[in-house]
Design a protein around this ligand. Structure first.
Ligand code: SAM
Length: 212
């Protein structure tokens, strides 16, 4: 995964150019920052900073974490002067560095779909350990939409689904990409999340909860 995204860093943002997704994206770009006004936030798997650019103007401070440092080069140039307001951390989302003061919010865009079923609780437990009680968590991700999404190529015995993706250098990569249901997400956080809300657009979903 990390190596795939390191190789894809320069062409990653093409995903945000799909014409049919523009209306949803404009809505989410307006909706998401409202969750983080004046918060101290950690953004997991921030990548090329597409969502970081909308969060930075409203937050108190933002730590952007990603395992592939290559993606931060794109993010820094996208954010220009705002890049200096972000603390860029190269780290593993399953081993989030402990902050001096816990964060009061977290965001992960298009990350959770890459977490294997068997590691979803591990990821959420690790995330919880760096957040304050009452912290806001939003996970944003893709709905599977026939004709727009990359087709699912296969699945494994744990229930993970995979896609075969091509990069512009001709290389092909089998990438784990899950499309969890609303019920699955509610079940997953039932003992750690208060007021969980699953929101849908045409191409995307967001799952929001407050840390219990
Ligand atoms: C689909 S991209 C999402 C990027 C960004 N959040 C966005 O929405 O545009 C997934 C990101 O996860 C990062 N990643 C992969 N494995 C990781 C890991 N174990 N820990 C942290 N980040 C990881 C990749 O480098 C990539 O930037």
């Amino acid at each position: 995964m990390k190596d795939y995204y390191a190789a894809r860093a320069k062409e990653y943002d093409n995903i945000y150019l799909k014409p049919e997704r523009q209306e949803d994206l404009r809505e989410i770009e307006a909706w998401l920052p409202l969750k983080y006004a004046d918060r101290s936030i950690i953004e997991i798997a921030a990548g090329t900073g597409y969502w970081t650019q909308f969060l930075v103007p409203v937050v108190k401070n933002l730590v952007a974490l990603d395992a592939a440092g290559e993606t931060f080069q794109v993010a820094r140039s996208r954010l220009a002067r705002d890049a200096d307001r972000v603390q860029w951390v190269i780290a593993d989302a399953y081993d989030i560095p402990q902050p001096a003061t816990p964060y009061d919010a977290a965001f992960a865009g298009f990350w959770f779909s890459h977490v294997p079923m068997a590691r979803q609780r591990e990821f959420l437990t690790g995330l919880r350990s760096v957040l304050k009680f009452g912290a806001t968590v939003v996970l944003l991700d893709n709905l599977y939409v026939e004709g727009s999404s990359t087709p699912i190529s296969d699945f494994d015995s744990e229930g993970n689904t995979y896609q075969v993706r091509s990069l512009s250098d001709g290389s092909q990569h089998r990438v784990l990409k899950n499309f969890p249901t609303e019920t699955h997400m509610h079940e997953l956080v039932k003992d750690i999340g208060l007021n969980p809300v699953f929101k849908r657009w045409q191409y995307f979903w967001a799952f929001e909860f407050t840390l219990a």
